[in-house]
Design a protein around this ligand. Sequence first.
Ligand SMILES: Nc1ncnc2c1ncn2[C@@H]1O[C@H](COP(=O)(O)OP(=O)(O)OP(=O)(O)O)[C@@H](O)[C@H]1O
Length: 251
Amino acid sequence: MLCVNNLTKTYNNKIVAIKNLSFSLSKNKILGLVGPNGSGKTTTINSILGTIKCSSGSILYEDYKNDSLEFKKKVGYIPDDLILPESLTGREYIKFVLSIYSIKKSDKLEKLIRLYNMQDFLDILIKEYSHGMKKKIQIITAFSLDSELIIVDEPFRGLDVESMIITKQLFRGFTESGSILLCSHDLHLIEELSDEVIMLYKGDTVAKGSSDFLKDKFKCDDLEQVFMNVSMGEERKNEIGEIISNFNNNA
Ligand SMILES: Nc1ncnc2c1ncn2[C@@H]1O[C@H](COP(=O)(O)OP(=O)(O)OP(=O)(O)O)[C@@H](O)[C@H]1O
């Protein structure tokens, strides 16, 4: 189980990017992390991964701190950015990452390659890949490792319809033994996949619970409406409504 307790991060410019965030993510669950631009999602992910130091709070996976080797073995990550070594082929890249984790042979790898239909592209340089192919290589690599929890940031961006369907099924299948922290601006996907959702706004946790709980609590039909409720004031909602309704008028 991942336990984040009172996570706070203040950057050097005094911006408090995340305030007292607490949650736990247990095995077999998908937790959706959402919020407008600048609400603290990346800060949260980077703090969990230990790539930035939090100002206060604690982050544990089981009993392991996030700077431990055990934590890094158990917690995987698929970033939103397509930062990949462009001068390697897909096969070389996967082999390189597996070697970092001392994995000589992954039974899952061949299945994942076939799942994403990437067998004919593995010996091509990554710089020649399309956006979606890069994303697929990131997903294939991450799911080839022995991680128990995978943090995924906008995993569907750039994927074609078939790959999106496959990825959703892969995520659900993965939770038979593991867990996923899913960060996305796509609230329909978040609602479809997540057991629990955390909504951030300017670093604060403004909503937390299952989609059904949140829809009930805020008397909304879907998570987009909940999001509008918790991350926009009435004034902003009215302003948007007014601009849209007058958009095609010359007035
Ligand atoms: N390295 C940094 N130094 C100073 N301030 C930062 C730094 N990184 C982020 N911030 C600030 O922290 C706040 C949260 O940023 P963060 O990147 O975590 O948001 P986010 O929810 O991931 O946004 P987005 O949806 O745009 O990716 C913002 O106000 C941002 O300007």
